[in-house]
Write a protein that binds this ligand. Sequence first.
Ligand SMILES: *Cc1c(COP(=O)(O)O)cnc(C)c1O
Length: 455
Amino acid sequence: MNLSGPRLPSLDALLRLPEMADAVALHGHGAAVLALRTVLDDCRAAAELPSPVDLAARASARLADLARPRLRRVFNLTGTVLHTNLGRAVLSDAAIAAATMAMRDPCALEFDLDSGGRGDRDSLVEGLLCEQTGAEAATVVNNNAGAVLLVLAALAARREVVVSRGELVEIGGAFRVPDVMRAANVKLVEVGTTNRTHSRDYEATIGPRTAALMKVHASNYRITGFTADVPRAEAARIAHDAGLPLIEDLGAGSLIDMTVFDLPPEPVVRDCIAAGVDVVTFSGDKLLGGPQAGLIVGRKDLITKIRKHPLKRALRVSKMTLAALEATLIAYRRPDLLPRDLPTLRHLTRPIAELEAMARRLVPLIGERLGSAWTASVAASAAQVGSGSLPDAAIPSCAVALRSVKNSGRALAALAARLRALPVPVIGRIHDNALLLDLRCLDDEAGFAAQLEHL
Ligand SMILES: *Cc1c(COP(=O)(O)O)cnc(C)c1O
């Protein structure tokens, strides 16, 4: 090191610069010191000697960047309605209002307003869940992965659970049935083959150490061709004949029959209970259209046992979740109004003509902003439910398709990046040499159009 040459200014000298005054006022003295120290360290490491004013600017930029929220609103124009990476279900106005109340004001979370005594937070939604599913009892945890873990730990720890080889699924984000079993201290016993499992496979496997039979909804893949599986009613009969419960992880699990809205079929929780499944688990933020939660419904004695397990306390949901979940479940009491009241159902059921009209309005606006290197056109698109629901079941949709006149893949990726850099980032999908902006989930057309000037 050359001690006689120019040196970096001291931290104190930088702090006293008028150029640092705003940053100190905005972010506080402690944060400003930390930012300056980091910037000085970086310069030392890179053997750089910027001016004091430049150093102050770098520290201020660093402070502003750290203060900027990372969880940003985006426009989901991917065509995937329940996009896990974009937060899955968006909540209804009623759910948002309920969650806001629970955040702002004290609320009767575990307080019985009739007796004035202690209440139970689960009881807030148990009645609604039982009404909507036909189950005897219900409880709620943080997410469906937690629900599966808790059910297995409470009902089968140190014993065996029998699962068909065709149902040993992996869901995105490292949820694998065999791993969850291990974490719950349950021995997984695989039966049948990947493509065919028969009643006799289950019957031959049940032994003195068997705690339960389990079915897992193969949500994100399908086995086709020469296949056989044991319907849940038959699996329930086999379990009950052996004095065992049948557990089912439904994944998305709907409370209503989606086919009445011309949507791809998904198993209905009520049908599982009616078929004799003793405990059903499903997600709150998939097809249900509510907050992240794991819902557990079923036989009263089993739910009581599940509730008493220590993991239940570790996985319990917040008051915001319960408030939003309760409001979402109340909406299901009027299934005919769901396409109006629940954004997930609204997005899934929006008429294609409405999307086409919106595309025709947006195409000229976008085309004008992008200039002559691009074409914008109305294009048919295939949306999907997402979150592991039927990946091959497309929902007809409509998109604005953006194509580079030079047909350049790199230009397409660059355009996608420009759209992500907008004040409200726009997330589309690249398909067939075009950047598709699928309009199925676009609610705020005016807000989307207004920010095109930043493009
Ligand atoms: C999505 C899914 C899960 C995980 O649910 P989370 O609510 O995301 O924890 C578990 N099992 C199946 C079959 C699923 O589809």
